[in-house]
Structure formats: structure tokens, C-alpha cells
Design a protein around this ligand. Structure first.
Ligand SMILES: Cc1cc2nc3c(=O)[nH]c(=O)nc-3n(C[C@H](O)[C@H](O)[C@H](O)COP(=O)(O)O)c2cc1C
Length: 180
């Protein structure tokens, strides 16, 4: 089983964790980019109109026995739209996949992620990990959306989050680790 990490990041947090996870797993890391940096109106209209933004790379070579780990932020309760192209490409492939997000979490859990993944991929992920920036900040006063959106994770946060993701992925990784 080969592990491929496909990450998208607007402000750097998800890419930073993806990079560290790729190093921990010895996985191939594919960083997704959009034609220009996404603006707030573009994010909003993509979500409102259910659009699929143009991304690079346009296609990814995935084999049926690969494990694909998607990593991206949550925007307005939905998975960041630049991953949609790959969800569409992988929907008809039997490969396993996981979804990880370093999201803000100022308003609590993002409760629609499992349903969105089921609907876009036609099957459940082997792991769904949503880690919140809000949990890294002082809890009094309660962190706001603005606080979480401004925060850039540190090296210590990155290590901590990578460890948590590795633990969540263990059941899916067990068969491949036995062969290492
Ligand atoms: C337009 C927008 C909407 C967001 N909506 C949510 C949300 O619904 N839930 C959440 O937990 N975080 C939300 N966030 C916060 C991001 O998920 C968070 O800042 C994340 O760490 C950014 O990741 P990045 O640095 O990889 O782009 C939102 C951020 C933006 C820019």
C-alpha cells in the first residue's frame, strides 16, 4: 500500500501539518494550488454555487490499493472547495481514504464533514480527524473566529497534531506497517 497525501491550505496550517505527516509516514505529498490565491468572495461563491475551482495538479495518479489522506481547512462548515476535483476523480476508485483538517473550531465541531465525505466520495473514510486551532488558544476569553483565523501553528503544535493524526490512522496503517 502506498500512502499519498493531498493537501490544500489557504494560510499555511494544513500544508504545514501535511508536510510533517508525510515525513512521519514516508508518504508522497501533493500540494494543491489554485489559479490565484482564493479571496473571501471567491470562497463564498464557490460554496454558495457548489462550484469546483480550477486546481493544480489537475489530476492525480491513484492506484486501487493506495491510501489517500486528504488534508484541508473547513470553510463555513464545508471541506475547502479545492479538494473537490480529487473527490470527483476518486469517487469511482476503490482506494481507501482519510480526511484530516486543521480547522478553526471557534464555533465547536464541524458536524457536517462525515455527510459531505459520504456524498462526495460515495463511501466512508477510514479516519476523519478534525483538530481545532481554538484548543491551542487561551480559553478565557473564549477564542473567536477571528482569533482562530489569524493563528499560525507553531513547530510544537505541528508535532502534537501529527502525533494525534498518526494515532487516529493506526488501524488503517496497521497492515502496511507490518510489512515495513
Ligand atoms: C472563509 C473561511 C471560513 C471558515 N469557516 C470555518 C468553519 O466553518 N469551521 C471551522 O472550524 N473553521 C473555519 N475557518 C477557519 C479555518 O478552517 C482555519 O483558520 C484553518 O486553520 C485554516 O487552514 P489553512 O491555514 O490551512 O488555510 C474558516 C476560515 C475561512 C478563511
Amino acid at each position: 500500500m502506498n500512502i499519498k497525501i493531498i493537501s490544500y491550505s489557504l494560510t499555511g496550517n494544513n500544508d504545514a501539518v501535511a508536510k510533517s505527516l508525510a515525513a512521519a509516514l514516508g508518504a508522497q505529498h501533493i500540494q494543491v494550488s489554485t489559479a490565484g490565491k482564493k479571496t473571501m468572495p471567491a470562497i463564498f461563491f464557490d460554496l454558495l454555487l457548489n462550484r469546483i475551482p480550477r486546481v493544480s495538479p489537475a489530476a492525480i495518479d491513484i492506484h486501487n490499493d493506495d491510501l489517500v489522506i486528504f488534508i484541508a481547512p473547513v470553510w463555513l462548515g464545508r471541506i475547502a472547495t479545492p479538494l473537490r476535483t480529487y473527490f470527483k476523480q476518486l469517487k469511482d476508485k476503490p482506494c481507501k481514504y482519510a480526511f484530516v483538517s486543521i480547522s478553526g473550531g471557534a464555533d465547536g465541531d464541524n458536524i457536517k464533514l462525515a455527510d459531505e465525505l459520504q456524498s462526495r466520495m460515495g463511501r466512508k473514510p477510514v479516519a476523519l480527524v478534525d483538530l481545532h486551532i481554538a484548543s491551542l488558544l487561551p480559553q478565557v476569553p473564549k477564542p473567536t473566529r477571528n482569533d482562530t483565523m489569524k493563528y499560525h501553528i507553531t513547530g510544537a503544535d505541528r508535532k502534537n497534531m501529527t502525533d494525534k493524526i498518526m494515532a487516529a490512522l493506526q488501524p488503517a496503517l496497521a497492515p502496511s506497517l507490518q510489512n515495513v
